[in-house]
Ligand binder design. Structure first.
Ligand code: C2E
Ligand code: MG
Ligand code: MG
Ligand code: MG
Length: 282
């Protein structure tokens, strides 16, 4: 009796809920401050080809919080997505990545390196998304063919016609596209063939259990087969062990990202790593 009353009544006076609401309001407020106060940083995680060369980096946002230190996106991206704040934050990420691509143009260590950035649904669905990307490319002078936008399956599927229209416009500028966390959504060959994609990115949850959970080996092999048939690159994320990398390579995946090669790191460190790479591989 008491229990069902608790479940079914509106709990305006539930102190737990009030605390959660307060925290959320505070977080949104702090995020707003972070945008105006320039508290975000873009870190870079290397992406390696089978031959060992670092061919790309993924830009991953971090928040240099005045009290909490370095905060990873898991703690704030979903709140930013639910509010409109992801739009200015996503735009900052895009601009920062493009400024970096432009700065690397004359640098032999970095000038071939692709930069991937994550794009949220709310950001992508803005009516002026394409115009803003084009504007950022023009203003920064970044080579468009080195910019790769990571979209999730659910984003792509949510409104396929709008997705294709926007992708097509950006493809004409040279921008590339990857489907992030691939395999976790409702992918079907039918829609995949309609999209002007360049890459599928195998979700780390499948990589994690390679050689341990047979069904995940099957899923990974299936994704690699799909990518090959569609003539797309395929990259695996969350590669932590040499064994996982070797298994992926055996299955036909030729690009890797994960702690095995390097964690997301600040600019100076990724530049040093790219410098080593050049020295080692020539
Ligand atoms: P994601 O795009 O799938 O990025 C991969 C996440 O896996 C990153 O977490 C990365 O640090 C982590 N990771 C990479 N290699 C390994 C590994 O070997 N093992 C394990 N256990 N983890 C690995 P991070 O940086 O915390 O980002 C989490 C998610 O937040 C991202 O997932 C992405 O969805 C989102 N995110 C990050 N930056 C941005 C951004 O600028 N904009 C938007 N909209 N979302 C972002
Ligand atoms: Mg990503
Ligand atoms: Mg991912
Ligand atoms: Mg992921």
């Amino acid at each position: 009796q008491v229990k069902s009353q608790g479940r079914n009544s509106l709990c305006f006076f539930d102190p737990q809920m009030q605390i959660a609401i307060n925290q959320r309001v505070q977080l949104e407020h702090d995020l707003q401050m972070a945008i105006t106060g320039n508290q975000f940083e873009l870190h870079y995680q290397p992406q390696q080809r089978l031959d060992g060369r670092i061919v790309g980096v993924e830009g991953l946002i971090r928040w240099r919080h005045p009290e909490r230190g370095l905060v990873t996106p898991g703690a704030f991206i979903s709140v930013a997505e639910e509010s409109e704040l992801i739009v200015p934050i996503g735009h900052w990420v895009l601009r920062t990545a493009c400024e970096q691509l432009a700065a690397w143009k004359g640098d032999p260590r970095c000038q071939q390196v692709q930069v991937s950035v994550n794009v949220s649904a709310r950001q992508f669905r803005q009516h002026d998304f394409v115009a803003r990307v084009v504007e950022v490319l023009r203003e920064t002078g970044a080579p468009a063919h080195l910019l790769k936008l990571e979209l999730t399956e659910s984003l792509v599927l949510d409104d396929v016609d709008d997705t294709i229209a926007k992708m097509d416009q950006l493809k004409t500028k040279g921008v590339r596209f990857s489907v992030d966390d691939f395999g976790t959504g409702y992918s079907s060959l039918a829609y995949l063939t309609r999209l002007p994609l360049d890459q599928l990115k195998i979700d780390q949850s499948f990589v994690h259990n390679l050689g341990v959970k047979h069904t995940d080996d099957v899923i990974v092999q299936t994704i690699i087969g799909m990518a090959r048939n569609l003539e797309l690159d395929v990259i695996a994320e969350g590669v932590e062990t040499a064994e996982q990398r070797d298994t992926l390579a055996r299955y036909g995946c030729h690009y890797f990202q994960g702690y095995l090669l390097g964690r997301p790191m600040p600019l100076s460190e990724i530049e040093a790593l790219l410098g080593n790479d050049l020295a080692l591989l020539g």
